[in-house]
Design a protein around this ligand. Structure first.
Ligand SMILES: O=C(O)c1ccccc1NCC(=O)[C@H](O)[C@H](O)COP(=O)(O)O
Length: 257
């Protein structure tokens, strides 16, 4: 785990809030998950770039907040060809909620990823989702949380930012790895991160390029570097302009080589 003093102040606040959020009275969930690898394969067969489109009302680096109904946003993303949907459930810094994810998963038929800052087992039970994000940098016992996620039926997506974290993720049994181009210590984005870490991911592991993808040229770059899928939030949500989410997704899913 990274020392707290090395982290951007916004990330320190996010983690502090995650630690304090109550998990009282929760029952353990049991999920019948929709397969992400199957959804990615289907997009490939149908000639779409596999995009995991993110419902992210706001963020510490966003220029504003989108107040649209999250279900309408997710449906619009699927209409644009998204292979899966990622939903921020963090309430204080990203404007998300477990309830928004629950409604979205009911409304769409693609896999839904719960994107949050999960630090301990009881936090996994807030809502049913097909995939759960576990950030290697922030989790003390990654193998324990990967196992706990699988016991509930979730597909864990383990996020890494460098080779050491990738080794930790693989040692913990990760079968789906996200390489985050955003350095969560400084919040700077560099697509070169994916290019440097992805060659070390074994062929039988699904690898997703996360963050900083905003154009067809970025899509081509990440695909050339080996991305099985791309996770895109800001460029689709377009917080400043509030442009058409379906068109924003379609521009990426229809990217040709
Ligand atoms: O997006 C942020 O501002 C942010 C700030 C602090 C911690 C995490 C943050 N983002 C989490 C993500 O991983 C992204 O939402 C996701 O990968 C999509 O990235 P993007 O397409 O660049 O919005």
């Amino acid at each position: 785990m990274t020392s707290q003093t090395e982290l951007d102040s916004a990330v320190r606040e996010i983690l502090a809030a995650a630690r304090e959020r109550s998990t009282d009275g929760r029952e353990r969930v049991s999920v019948d998950a929709r397969s992400l690898p199957d959804a990615l394969a289907r997009a490939e067969r149908e000639g779409r770039v596999p995009i995991v489109a993110e419902v992210k009302p706001t963020s510490p680096t966003a220029e504003g907040t989108r107040a649209d109904d999250p279900v309408e946003l997710a449906e619009a993303m699927v209409a644009g060809g998204a292979a899966a949907i990622s939903v921020l459930t963090e309430p204080d810094h990203f404007g998300g909620s477990p309830e928004a994810l629950r409604r979205i998963r009911q409304a769409v038929d693609v896999p839904v990823l719960r994107k949050d800052f999960l630090l301990r087992e009881a936090q996994l039970d807030a809502v049913e989702a097909d995939l759960l994000l576990l950030i290697a940098r922030f989790v003390d016992d990654l193998e324990k949380l990967v196992t706990a996620a699988r016991e509930r039926g979730f597909q864990p997506l383990v996020e890494v930012h460098d080779r050491d974290e990738l080794e930790d993720a693989l040692a913990a049994g990760a079968e789906i790895v996200g390489i985050n181009n955003r350095d969560l210590a400084r919040l700077e984005v560099d697509l070169g991160t994916f290019e440097s870490v992805a060659p070390h991911v074994p062929d039988d592991v699904t690898v997703i390029a996360e963050s900083g993808v905003s154009s067809p040229a970025d899509v081509r770059r990440m695909r050339a570097a080996g991305a099985d899928a791309l996770l895109v939030g800001s460029a689709i949500m377009d917080h400043g302009e509030e442009s058409d989410v379906t068109e924003n997704v379609r521009r990426l899913t229809e990217t040709t080589q």
